[in-house]
Design a protein around this ligand. Structure first.
Ligand SMILES: NC(=O)c1ccc[n+]([C@@H]2O[C@H](COP(=O)([O-])OP(=O)(O)OC[C@H]3O[C@@H](n4cnc5c(N)ncnc54)[C@H](OP(=O)(O)O)[C@@H]3O)[C@@H](O)[C@H]2O)c1
Ligand SMILES: [Zn+2]
Length: 371
């Protein structure tokens, strides 16, 4: 019986395919779609593959050929109803003659926000909204952040010892995690719009911050450096400009001479507002990255930048590599400096916890819970 079909497994397939677009579709959302018969047999699958290319629904409809009439469509995000880089998907869905449409979640974009669903219902289609809603919503969390808050989804990555140190007391940190873990970090970088670090890390580690091998995107490399003194002609970030641009965020009051020096290195200089403590206003940095349509950014910095981001509620997701080593030392840095919380949160402030073993290392990933 058509009505007894469980839409959840079919939406799970759509969600799984949607994720293939990760790194390729941004600043668009990842979307997946499945065309199925009334009794749940899959006819075709589509997903949004590349920014500017056909949307998921259209790919699934085209793959189904004439087999859409009277059948069902499962789509992780409300079909669009506006002309963007492609014509509105609602028109294609209506023309395909579907009987029912199952939608994962409503589109948070103000220019859609339920209007696509209304159009489908007005055309006589049966529309069910909210199948696998939390997963569908999580899938587009970076898109939603950029759309509504005009800032990127901020990932924070660090590698730490079993006793919670990201460096020894002398600042030595190469390497805490294994080659295999570091390969995972390179994959992460390869789907980011920007990789952010701090002046302290540039001075200690002279990092390159490129994705090796190259991923779907070439991240902008961003250095937070109030007085602009960490970069020189022989710094790896400067020597590798052919592999990716570098943006230095400096205090807006630094001297014209320092700005000229940085510009002569061919890095981009962004004068930023500073906090009362003379630190770069990280909200201003993220707003600028949002203006540049950065959807996902990765912070690979030391304790001070990570702590400032945490204190400013500017970490959305963490990727923590824990390696089987101990360093000890009360002056050895932990990952989150700054002010921190004054007590242990009553309710866990991370959610969607994932654990992965990478050889003897453990990767823990989670979202930071808001509110
Ligand atoms: N294990 C890991 O995953 C990992 C990753 C990265 C780094 N590390 C280690 O971390 C250590 C460096 O940590 P760190 O804390 O000194 O360096 P950091 O967090 O990379 O950079 C901190 C510096 O950024 C500048 N800054 C400007 N605005 C800021 C703001 N709003 N908040 C915080 N800082 C701001 C400040 O320098 P100015 O005053 O000069 O602007 C500050 O000293 C090194 O030992 C490195 O090896 C470990
Ligand atoms: Zn569309």
């Amino acid at each position: 019986m058509a009505s007894s079909v469980d839409p959840v497994p079919l939406m799970q397939v759509a969600l799984q395919y949607a994720r293939h677009g990760e790194g390729h579709v941004e600043p668009n959302p990842m979307v997946g779609a499945v065309v199925a018969t009334a009794d749940g047999a899959i006819i075709s699958i589509g997903y949004h593959q590349q920014f500017g290319d056909a949307h998921a629904e259209l790919n699934a409809i085209q793959a189904a050929g004439l087999d859409t009439l009277g059948n069902d469509l499962y789509v992780t995000l409300e079909p669009c109803c506006h002309f963007g880089k492609t014509p509105p998907c609602v028109d294609a869905v209506i023309q395909a003659g579907f009987r029912r449409v199952f939608v994962g979640c409503q589109d948070p974009a103000p220019h859609v926000a339920g209007q696509g669903i209304e159009r489908l219902r007005a055309a006589g289609l049966q529309v069910t909204v909210g199948v696998c809603e939390s997963q569908s919503r999580r899938l587009i969390a970076p898109f939603e952040m950029l759309m509504l808050q005009r800032r990127p989804w901020i990932h924070a990555k660090w590698a730490m010892t079993l006793d919670g140190r990201i460096a020894s007391r002398t600042g030595h940190s190469k390497w805490i995690s294994s080659d295999a873990s570091r390969a995972v970090v390179h994959q992460l970088r390869g789907r980011m719009d920007a990789v952010i670090t701090g002046a302290g890390t540039v001075r200690c580690d002279d990092p390159l911050l490129t994705a090796r091998p190259r991923g779907a995107r070439i991240p902008l490399r961003v250095v937070i450096d109030a007085d602009g003194s960490s970069l020189h002609a022989d710094t790896k970030l400067v020597k590798s400009l052919s592999q990716g641009a570098v943006l230095v965020c400096v205090a807006d009051h630094i001297s014209g001479k320092q700005i000229e020096r940085l510009k002569s290195l061919e890095v981009e200089v962004l004068p930023c507002a500073v906090t009362k403590l003379g630190r770069i206003d990280l909200h201003a940095v993220m707003a600028e990255l949002g203006r540049r349509d950065c959807t996902n950014v990765l912070t690979e910095a030391g304790s001070e930048i990570l702590g400032s981001l945490f204190d400013s509620s500017l970490i959305d997701e963490v990727h923590i590599f824990i390696a089987p080593r101990l360093t000890g030392g009360s002056s050895a840095l932990g990952p989150l400096g700054g002010l921190g919380r004054d007590s242990i949160p009553k309710i866990p402030n991370v959610q969607h916890l994932r654990h992965t073993s990478i050889g003897d290392d453990l990767l823990i990933e989670a979202d930071i819970r808001r509110g």
